[in-house]
Design a protein around this ligand. Structure first.
Ligand SMILES: [Zn+2]
Length: 69
């Protein structure tokens, strides 16, 4: 994993203080600087943990549908 973002004012690594679920499988992570307490929010794509999406892709595949006819 990539490291936490750095506070450009203090040159310190920020601390992850919260992760909130966002839209479209994105999470909003809040990083706080331990020195000046400036909060920096970062929107990142959630990592796929379940393979259900892969199954959907297979069933939506036009090549599969064409093969049944
Ligand atoms: Zn700072």
């Amino acid at each position: 994993m990539a490291g936490a973002p750095t506070c450009t004012s203090c040159n310190l690594e920020r601390t992850l203080i919260s992760i909130r679920p966002g839209r479209n499988r994105h999470d909003v992570r809040a990083y706080e600087c331990p020195a000046c307490h400036d909060v920096f929010r970062l929107v990142i794509q959630r990592e796929p943990l379940v393979s259900d999406d892969l199954i959907d892709v297979v069933f939506d595949s036009p090549a599969l549908k064409a093969g049944t006819r």
